[in-house]
Design a protein around this ligand. Structure first.
Ligand SMILES: CC(C)(COP(=O)(O)OP(=O)(O)OC[C@H]1O[C@@H](n2cnc3c(N)ncnc32)[C@H](O)[C@@H]1OP(=O)(O)O)[C@@H](O)C(=O)NCCC(=O)NCCS
Length: 169
């Protein structure tokens, strides 16, 4: 561990989630958010996150928002999600990304951020929170009152759309 990171680790070990607050995260914090999110998604491209945070970006237009747990000006956890309304689930918050930086795991940061998201969603009239959990993280969600559903996420990747014909051809 380098001097800077060991100093940072010592500083963070004297702080607690009582020093934390939940904040919206936008393009002004792109690089910091990218560093945190890569603990969850190591292959995440910076430009994809930039597009999700930028007003007018595709994910942003579809309602994706990122919120962070900040301690003394530093992001220690992030959650990204969007409100959805479906026939099966009704109005709910779908969380796409949820991560706590390694130095802050097991200290109540995940609980603090998720409870804040639940409260925010409840105030907006959303009746539930849904997400796809890693098997390793299931116990965390269960500790917060979530129930595992008897369904599996499935996916099929699609080829890109056909190119529009050029004018005049
Ligand atoms: C999973 C994760 C978000 C939990 O955050 P955290 O800050 O470490 O969790 P907290 O300290 O707030 O723990 C809250 C409760 O959940 C429990 N818990 C936390 N992680 C757990 C796990 N992996 N398995 C079982 N229980 C867990 C804690 O014991 C605690 O219980 P208590 O409040 O009854 O004492 C965090 O470990 C993480 O970012 N992991 C890597 C990325 C990841 O898996 N993200 C989730 C993607 S679906």
């Amino acid at each position: 561990m380098g001097q800077n990171s060991s100093q940072a680790a010592r500083r963070s070990s004297t702080l607690s989630v009582n020093d934390a607050r939940v904040v919206p995260v936008g393009t002004a914090r792109l690089d910091e958010a990218w560093r945190v999110l890569r603990h969850l998604r190591p292959g995440l491209e910076r430009r994809r996150l930039a597009d999700a945070l930028r007003r007018g970006g595709r994910a942003y237009r579809l309602g994706y928002r990122l919120r962070g747990l900040e301690v003394r000006g530093r992001l220690v956890a992030l959650a990204g999600g969007r409100p959805l309304v479906t026939l099966a689930r009704g109005p709910h918050l779908h969380i796409d990304d949820f991560v706590v930086v390694p130095a802050w795991r097991g200290r109540g940061a995940g609980r603090r951020l998720l409870e804040a998201l639940e409260e925010h969603a409840r105030k907006r009239g959303l009746a539930a929170v849904h997400l796809d959990s890693f098997l390793d993280a299931l116990g965390f969600y269960e500790a917060l009152g979530f129930t595992a559903l008897p369904c599996r996420a499935v996916r099929k990747k699609l080829p890109p759309p056909p190119r529009a014909p050029r004018r005049g051809s």
